[in-house]
Write a protein that binds this ligand. Sequence first.
Ligand SMILES: CC(C)(COP(=O)(O)OP(=O)(O)OC[C@H]1O[C@@H](n2cnc3c(N)ncnc32)[C@H](O)[C@@H]1OP(=O)(O)O)[C@@H](O)C(=O)NCCC(=O)NCCS
Length: 178
Amino acid sequence: MPMTEFRHEKFRLRHFVPDDAVALARHAGNRNVWQNLQDDFPHPYTHEHAAQWIATAINATPPTHFAIDVNGEAVGAIGYRILPGGYNAEIGYWLGEEFWKQGIATAAMGLMVEHIFSQFNIMCLVANVFEFNHASIRVLQKHGFRLIGWQTATKGGRRVQQIIYSRGRCADRGMLNS
Ligand SMILES: CC(C)(COP(=O)(O)OP(=O)(O)OC[C@H]1O[C@@H](n2cnc3c(N)ncnc32)[C@H](O)[C@@H]1OP(=O)(O)O)[C@@H](O)C(=O)NCCC(=O)NCCS
């Protein structure tokens, strides 16, 4: 399978390799990362979780999840899943806390959005973000995502409000859930 890789002056987006598990577990095992991610993201995040995630990512065809690599280390992830029907996709991402506020997520999002819309027949890209996640909301806004709705979600046993952002030709929320 051809390697898909995206280069930026501060990082690379590349395929995962099994050896990423140690770094991934370290960066993902941070509560400040976890608290902004969907409830199924494990915490504590063990080496086993990382290895399992990497195995799934490596086996996906085409590759849908990429390591955010800074200086040879996997310090985060960005990827998407195609929703039922094939025309809508959901994007997700996280970055190790020590790399926050350097513009990395904004740049990675730009590369991934371009990849998704140019390579696949995707019409609508969505992202679900907790209302308190101001950094992620900024990343989405800077890439032209628009607020299309709200929904209630559970996070760590609490009810939280989640905002649905979308970019592209998105019919309505009903279509996204189909
Ligand atoms: C969200 C996340 C990916 C942002 O990564 P990042 O590389 O720090 O983001 P950037 O440096 O590209 O900054 C994006 C914007 O958010 C702003 N920002 C960063 N941290 C912020 C904060 N705590 N509060 C408000 N704005 C913030 C930046 O100033 C920038 O906006 P600007 O260009 O208008 O100044 C990172 O914080 C993260 O991984 N968080 C935990 C997991 C997560 O939230 N994933 C997304 C789930 S929807």
